[in-house]
Design a protein around this ligand. Structure first.
Ligand SMILES: Nc1ncnc2c1ncn2[C@@H]1O[C@H](COP(=O)(O)OP(=O)(O)OP(=O)(O)O)[C@@H](O)[C@H]1O
Ligand SMILES: [Mg+2]
Length: 404
């Protein structure tokens, strides 16, 4: 239950009750108390009036009462009809970018979570979304996963305009592994996945569950109740759940937070595997080396989007290119030699035989430099490109933003 959401998304709340927030099909798990609540029982079997549901309907399958309505749930305001799916392109699924975000803003009252954010994510890309605590990353994920509505701006997800009417169509094509896994604590790993497989209407659920358990390395823990699992293992169940429905786009909100190094590595190889299958991955993380290693492109957010692009592009945009030269003996006239070469913008001697050069293009300058040094009779020990890390890029953008 997400109290206080805009009424336009009332239909989506149904799925939020099912924890992952993405299961807007026609199965709802209610506990005994919910059935005794007049508001619910009065509406059964025709529908559930979500805004009035009490907190007792929290999805924990205490009594495991499963209710599957025979007709589409009538929410009273008719806002959740899937008949109004509006594709942005007529070519169908697979065409156009996975995500297209245009000047999107989300404010909670006075607090602006993110503002005028625009970016695109191509299909099959791993896109990293980075930013400090409170930057708006999770809020963006929740928006694009149709859990909350934006305040202004537009977006498309999997080719569909992000509108309440399209939320079902979008949810059928995406998956979300949220910051907190949100699993049925008293059910086993397999039963958890079975519940969600039914919600997602997975064909051949037994086989798919075995596949995803294998993919996250949990086959041997399938019978254990989720409440007894460690944080990292729960995270893996959450990932397994995200993979159940063979989604086009997977949103992973800090999937490696709190994981040990080998579990982290397993998650990384899962992400690589998703990429190889052509699945688009939208990954939020605080681990910059993780983003550097896995992501085709990254966006750096601090309420506003400070930068977006390939890590290499961002490096080039923000920093000059540099070479470090080591030779055996100091040059007689370094200024003369460096000045005679095009492409060296500035240089500094670090010690007698080490120089740092700011250049226009490392790949063009390095070979030319070596040739000139050899011609001068210098003994070259090494010429090395000084690469800035994604962390340098991140820190630079944060500093610039703070100085604004
Ligand atoms: N439901 C809400 N009501 C009010 N404010 C909210 C709500 N959800 C998020 N916020 C605020 O919006 C801002 C962005 O939060 P968000 O969770 O998106 O940040 P984040 O980038 O995911 O941070 P972290 O790295 O800590 O996970 C924060 O100031 C947060 O307190
Ligand atoms: Mg977050």
């Amino acid at each position: 239950m997400l109290p206080g959401q805009p009424p336009l998304y009332a239909g989506s709340r149904r799925a939020d009750m099912a924890l992952a927030g993405l299961a807007c099909c026609e199965l709802i798990i209610l506990d005994q108390l919910a059935f005794q609540t007049p508001k619910v029982s009065k509406l059964l079997p025709r529908g559930v009036h979500m805004p009035g549901l009490p907190g007792s309907v929290y999805g924990e399958a205490l009594s495991r009462v499963l209710w599957k309505p025979t007709e589409r749930i009538a929410l009273g305001v008719g806002e959740h009809e899937a008949t109004s799916d509006r594709r942005v392109d007529s070519a169908g699924s697979g065409a156009g970018p996975a995500l297209q975000v245009r000047s999107l803003t989300k404010a909670f009252g006075e607090r602006v979570a993110y503002e005028k954010v625009s970016f695109e994510v191509e299909r099959g890309e791993v896109f990293g979304f980075l930013g400090p605590n409170g930057a708006g990353k999770t809020t963006m994920v929740r928006t694009l996963a149709t859990l909350i509505s934006p305040t202004s701006g537009t977006a498309t997800v999997a080719g569909f305009e992000l509108t309440p009417a399209n939320s079902l169509a979008i949810r059928q094509r995406i998956a979300l592994a949220p910051e907190t896994p949100g699993l049925y604590e008293r059910l086993s790993v397999r039963d958890n996945l079975a519940c969600f497989a039914e919600l997602y209407e997975v064909a051949d659920p037994a086989q798919r569950i075995s596949q995803v358990l294998e993919a996250v390395g949990l086959s041997d823990r399938a019978r254990e109740v989720c409440g007894a699992l460690s944080k990292g293992l729960r995270q893996r169940v959450s990932l397994a759940r995200a993979l159940l429905g063979s989604p086009e786009i997977v949103f992973l909100d800090e999937p490696t937070s709190g994981l040990d190094p080998s579990a982290t590595r397993e998650v990384h190889s899962l992400i690589v595997g998703l990429r190889q299958q052509g699945v688009t991955v939208f990954l939020t993380t605080h681990r910059l080396e993780e983003a550097e290693r896995l992501c085709d492109r990254v966006g750096i957010l601090r309420t506003r989007l400070l930068g977006v692009g390939r890590p290499e592009e961002l490096r080039r945009r923000l920093f000059s290119q540099r070479l470090r030269l080591r030779i055996l003996r100091p040059l007689d006239d370094p200024g003369g030699l460096f000045g005679s070469l095009g492409g060296i913008k500035a240089w500094v001697a670090l010690d007698g035989s080490t120089y740092e050069l700011e250049v226009t293009d490392t790949k063009a300058v390095a070979p030319e430099l070596v040739r000139a040094l050899v011609a001068e009779g210098a003994d070259v020990v090494s010429v090395e490109e000084l690469r800035r890390s994604l962390e340098d890029v991140y820190m630079q953008l944060m500093q610039e933003e703070s100085g604004r």
